[in-house]
Design a protein around this ligand. Structure first.
Ligand code: ADP
Ligand code: GN1
Ligand code: MG
Length: 357
């Protein structure tokens, strides 16, 4: 049994501790205690999150804020304090934390329309409940995470360095990505001019970061709060669309199976605006389609840069996987472009509907 566990104020002695879930970043384990109580033990991945102390402070602040707003105890993660009243322990340079296991919950890796809609409702609620939290109080756990022009500059560097020697084979993808240069300042410019407000954002708005009630299949709780930091609401929206409104997996090799699904997009817009439409500004709402395209393009650039760098950031299980990922993202961007007017119309129609309710 982990000696770190003895340093947390668990309700009874732990009897087992086993790997749990399918997360890729943190080491997650399920702890079961003598009295049947169950907890989630996580080792923070300090290769990705280099400053675990401000990261934990972010999670403390955000979960405390949310707890004042939700009545269901399963609606927000609860950090189990250590014997000294801290939210984490450090042992041999490793950082550990414990959460209550959210009882009777399930986590999905892929979604149907109903689950996707529920995830939108949950992330919208998350945004809404944090809209009165001063975002500047939070640390940036990964600096410049969604600074798209900086991601572009990193791609240009990766092309120049060509560390993997793969450049000649990906000239077409490079041309497409570099061709989007004028678009990728859109959101950072609006942020700089004060037209888009800084919000508390989640930054990993995938379906597997929502826990659902095992019986009702209603969204219960947003998890994976390591990347919660100041950012733009439209990027959280966009990241969810990038991943969830595609007809195929992120690393699909057969591009004929990869399409941007307008029905899924509409479903997400409807669910999201139903819970946070009232707390977003008009510019934020207008920019939702831009957020979707921006996050897709940015992720495509990140995958392409990593392919050129030799797969140093995103884990790969086969040769060329990051290139496949880059290709799916660039294809989705192309399809978003060809549905651009519809994407905007859908937001406009749903906003009208929401404001009448
Ligand atoms: P990662 O950053 O590695 O994705 P997560 O915090 O998302 O780590 O946790 C990984 C998995 O562990 C989740 O997908 C979920 O299945 C499970 N999990 C995490 N926290 C809890 C919790 N408090 N209650 C129940 N399951 C949890
Ligand atoms: C990473 O670990 P995962 O898959 O949840 C990445 C996201 C990317 C995503 C693409 C901290 O998230 O930004 O969108 O891969 N997270 C980090 O699959 O870089
Ligand atoms: Mg996760």
């Amino acid at each position: 049994m982990h000696s770190v566990l003895s340093r947390f104020a668990l309700s009874a002695a732990p009897v087992s501790c086993e790997p749990y879930g399918s997360g890729h970043i943190n080491g997650t384990q399920l702890v079961v205690c003598e009295n049947g109580a169950r907890y989630i033990l996580q080792q923070i991945n300090t290769a990705v999150f280099r400053e675990p102390v401000p990261l934990m402070r972010n999670i403390e602040l955000v979960t405390a804020h949310l707890r004042n707003k939700v009545s269901d105890p399963r609606g927000v993660l609860r950090l189990v304090p250590t014997q000294n009243g801290m939210s984490y322990v450090v042992e041999n340079g490793e950082y550990w934390r414990v959460y209550d296991l959210v009882q009777n919950s399930v986590c999905y890796q892929t979604a149907d329309q109903a689950l996707f809609c529920e995830s939108a409702v949950a992330f919208g609620r998350f945004q809404n409940q944090l809209s009165d939290f001063p975002a500047e109080q939070l640390a940036e756990t990964i600096p410049h995470f969604h600074d798209t022009p900086a991601r572009y500059a990193a791609l240009v560097r990766a092309i120049e360095e060509n560390a993997s020697g793969r450049r000649a084979n990906v000239q077409r993808e490079i041309d497409v990505a570099l061709g989007c240069e004028s678009f990728l300042h859109t959101l950072t410019d609006l942020q700089a001019s004060g037209d888009l407000p800084l919000r508390v954002t989640h930054n990993d708005t995938k379906i597997n970061n929502v826990l659902f009630d095992a019986e009702t299949k209603k969204a219960l709780c947003i998890i994976d709060l390591d990347t919660v930091m100041p950012g733009l609401s439209v990027n959280d929206f966009g990241d969810a669309i990038r991943f969830g409104a595609s007809t195929a997996a992120e690393d699909e090799q057969d591009l004929s199976r990869v399409h941007f699904d307008l029905d899924l997009y509409e479903t997400y817009v409807r669910g999201y605006l139903s819970t946070c439409g009232g707390s977003l500004t008009k510019t934020e709402i207008d920019m939702l389609p831009v957020g979707a395209k921006m996050m897709t393009l940015e992720c495509g650039m990140r995958f392409l840069a990593d392919h050129l760098a030799g797969d140093v950031y995103f884990h790969v299980s086969r040769e060329g996987q990051n290139l496949d990922r880059a290709r799916t993202q660039l294809q989705l961007v192309r399809e978003m472009d060809s549905h651009w007017d519809e994407m905007r119309r859908i937001v406009g129609r749903i906003v009208l509907h929401v404001s009448k309710e």
